[in-house]
Design a protein around this ligand. Structure first.
Ligand SMILES: Nc1ncnc2c1ncn2[C@@H]1O[C@H](COP(=O)(O)OP(=O)(O)O)[C@@H](O)[C@H]1O
Ligand SMILES: [Mg+2]
Length: 626
């Protein structure tokens, strides 16, 4: 309970921090402009359409005024009929143009959603692993959904509103002034009543919008976390569902509350504006009637003025509202840009080169590394914390050097937490070093192209991940062009043939989220099959057989030995057999290599390896012998 309370406290301070931020910056507008630029021809057509619509909108009241004038002055029938027909024609044209312009604005809006979404997806995909280890998935997905849609609203709805309404406003004003400048000016006295509250209202709405977005994301995060298979299992085993529900209801209620507050504020604002325009209308009737009775104003002009006034205040209301809407939608743009602004720590150089052909050596030279601090890789708002940890990660690897010749196997052994997995992660460049160099085939990994690096380095870890997809799709990830017989061959070598045959749809069976319907050992063998299929030149096995029992491990070990044939390999293993066969064994302790040599050399030396051999491997050796 107390933990949750602090979590909420943190969340609240995030929101406060966001509220305190500088007003929506001009830079945001400029960037929106950049996103709009590819659509500028469509926007131009849209504006033209807006002008025509506005012209038609002003024409009708003027024509109606003419009808009244004709009646009052006793004109002929044909004039009235002609005017009425014209009004009908305009109505039809307005209807057609309305649909056309709605379609155009939808095309603009959807086009923008598409651009923003793909930009965010592309960008997030390039973020380093460190980012994903910190970010909450729900918060990230919310950026892609809610905020992108919010941003689109600003663009299509308000752009259309602003353009058409502005033109309508100006035209209407011009026509009204020619009819009676006195009445027009008097009607406009009420104008400031519109403009002044709109500013404050806009700020307030933007604040509420931000708060709502944060709350929505918090709710989403909760759901994605609790409804993943491992999360749900945890709740079943340890959780208290009633309290979970109450907790969720609390979050949902806050979202609901803010929805009501926003709607109320909006309604009050719009109603106030409508009231003002109704009062102005009374003024026109009163004053216009007064002038008409004295013969200084045509009765038709009074009708035209009254009709025009409603058309004047309508765009005014819309424009004032548009400001509010733009403000809140800009918030969405900001939240999207915030993600786009994260610089990926690990990026491909523009002149990146491929890994040299043939068998390659792997080399670490005086490598120092500490996991990056949160503020370097993440966003506070995506982690749902008030501020990011700026403490530099403690150095985990302290000046490490070794070399695996082409085709050699290097085994890493050492206590848990020594830094073995960290070493492994530097090779495929999941992280970059802080000092020193990691080379593949003599080339600094930072100079290699991401694609070539992927094609060269293969890795199997303790907890191999499977996508919620078919067995086939999960395997093809490694080599999209592989044929079915190649798939079966890889499965056979990973000792999975019987299992996959027994699945209801064979290769086309969907393995659940995180491969949940497979056992740990089966999942691990699946990732091994993937490795066998990919046939990369450098292979990293990080406790790749940890979840296997003795029998299946022995079997898979054969497959792995086969897979390592002719490859350069870095193997982190707990089994003596694998380690014994290695060309070179490195004993890693506390981020340093404390011993190196072959199995026999190290045993003879009687140091840390010999000790590990007795404690860590000894029992297993006996098991195997038994
Ligand atoms: N993602 C991470 N962020 C911060 N520290 C980490 C991370 N992963 C591992 N560490 C730390 O780095 C050290 C080495 O871990 P690791 O390489 O996983 O050890 P090993 O694989 O030898 O058991 C440990 O102290 C561990 O706490
Ligand atoms: Mg490890």
């Amino acid at each position: 309970m107390s933990m949750e309370t602090t979590a909420w406290g943190q969340l609240r301070s995030v929101m406060n921090a966001e509220q305190d931020r500088r007003p929506l910056a001009r830079a945001t507008l400029r960037r929106i402009g950049a996103f709009a630029r590819p659509h500028r021809r469509r926007i131009a057509r849209f504006v033209q359409l807006g002008v025509v619509t506005a012209l038609l909108a002003v024409a009708t009241p003027v024509l109606a005024g003419r009808v009244v004038s004709t009646i009052v002055s006793g004109g002929d029938d044909s004039t009235v009929v002609r005017l009425a027909l014209l009004i009908a024609l305009i109505a039809v044209a307005e209807a057609g143009l309305g649909i056309l312009s709605r379609r155009l604005s939808a095309m603009l809006g959807e086009g923008l959603i598409l651009d923003l979404r793909t930009a965010v997806f592309d960008h997030v995909q390039r973020m380093p692993v460190a980012f994903f280890t910190r970010t909450r998935t729900g918060a990230l997905v919310s950026r892609l959904n809610n905020d992108v849609i919010g941003a689109q609203r600003a663009f299509s709805n308000t752009l259309s509103g602003v353009v058409t309404n502005l033109v309508t406003l100006l035209l209407t004003l011009a026509v009204m002034l020619t009819l009676s400048w006195q009445i027009t000016l008097l009607a406009l006295v009420l104008l400031p009543v519109f403009v002044l509250p709109a500013r404050r209202m806009g700020r307030r709405m933007a604040r509420m919008q931000r708060e709502a977005a944060t709350l929505n994301a918090a709710m989403g995060t909760r759901m994605t976390e609790r409804f993943s298979a491992p999360g749900a299992t945890l709740i079943k085993l340890f959780g208290r569902p009633e309290e979970e529900s109450a907790e969720f209801a609390d979050r949902a209620r806050r979202v609901a509350d803010i929805g009501v507050r926003t709607a109320t504020a909006q309604a009050a604002f719009i109603t106030a504006l409508t009231l003002v325009s109704a009062l102005a209308l009374a003024l026109v009737y009163g004053l216009g009637g007064f002038f008409a009775l004295r013969g200084t104003l045509d009765p038709g002009a009074v009708v035209a003025l009254a009709l025009l006034l409603t058309r004047l205040y309508a765009p005014l209301t819309a424009l004032a509202g548009a400001r509010v809407e733009v403000m809140s939608a800009l918030v969405s743009f900001e939240r999207v840009f915030e993600v786009l602004d994260l610089t990926p720590l690990i990026d491909e150089k523009p002149d990146a080169r491929p890994v040299p052909d043939g068998p390659v050596a792997v080399e670490f030279e005086d490598v120092r590394f500490g996991y990056p601090s949160a503020d370097k890789v993440s966003l506070a708002s995506l982690e749902e914390v008030a501020s990011l940890d700026t403490r530099g990660g403690e150095e985990v690897l302290h000046g490490l050097s070794f070399r695996a010749e082409p085709g050699q196997t290097v085994a890493l052994v050492g206590s848990s937490g020594a830094g073995k997995s960290t070493i492994a992660q530097l090779l495929p460049r999941l992280y970059d070093t802080d000092g020193g160099t990691v080379r593949i085939g003599g080339v600094d990994v930072r100079d290699l192209s991401a694609r070539s690096l992927r094609d060269t380095v293969g890795m199997v870890t303790q907890d191999g991940h499977l996508f919620h997809d078919t067995v086939r799709a999960n395997l093809l990830l490694a080599r999209p062009e592989a044929s079915d017989s190649e798939l079966w061959d890889a499965l056979r070598r990973a000792r999975l043939t019987d299992l996959v045959r027994s699945l209801p749809d064979g290769l086309d069976t969907v393995v659940g989220e995180r491969g949940y319907r497979l056992s740990g050992g089966e999942r691990q063998r699946m990732t091994i099959a993937r490795l066998l299929l990919a046939r990369q030149r450098v292979v990293i096995l990080d406790e790749a057989t940890a979840h296997l029992d003795n029998t299946s491990e022995a079997a898979v070990q054969e497959a792995l030995t086969e897979a390592l044939e002719g490859r350069t390999a870095v193997v982190i293993a707990h089994r003596l057999s694998t380690v014994r066969a290695a060309d070179q064994i490195l004993v890693v302790e506390a981020g340093r290599i404390v011993e190196r040599g072959t199995h026999d050399e190290l045993l003879a030396a009687g140091g840390r390896y010999a000790q590990l051999h007795r404690t860590q491997f000894g029992r297993r050796t006996m098991e195997k012998a038994a």
